[in-house]
Unconditional design. Sequence first.
Length: 177
Amino acid sequence: MRIRTVTRDELPLLRAIEWAAGECFREIGMPEIADDEPLPVAELARYLDEGTALAVVDAADRPVAYLIAEPVDGALHIEQVSVHPEYARRGLGRALIDHLAQLGGGAALTLTTFAEVPWNAPYYARCGFRPLAAEEVTAGLREIRRQEAAHGLDRWPRLCMRREPRPAGAPGPDDPA
């Protein structure tokens, strides 16, 4: 499998990946998240045009996982990482995050996530992200969190996380020392 930029024609496929990936939230009592409408194609196109839209593709060059991000307050903010369940637990999400970090040219990475969902904050911590204290949350992240709260996501604990840039060749948090 390889990582590449998403094409405009593939944007509807990203929605299908997110629908499929969201089903796991139903199993942990968060059906509202499973039922939440993925971003419309026009919004996904904005990430393609203005930010970063990456996909892991299978042997047929079809996206099976994706990541969208954009600059926020000097960092690259990951808006969404989704992996189709048929391809889960293969390191595709981590590969997308690491690829974004390489493309970022030394920028930190940020994201917002559910604090208590195992494949959210605990997973991102294993990928090198740390929770931000309230005084570390930037204006841009506060605005993102405000929008998330307005969308109803604060029904469950959420937090902002950050991964500092790594020097070239430096090991990640799970790499052997």
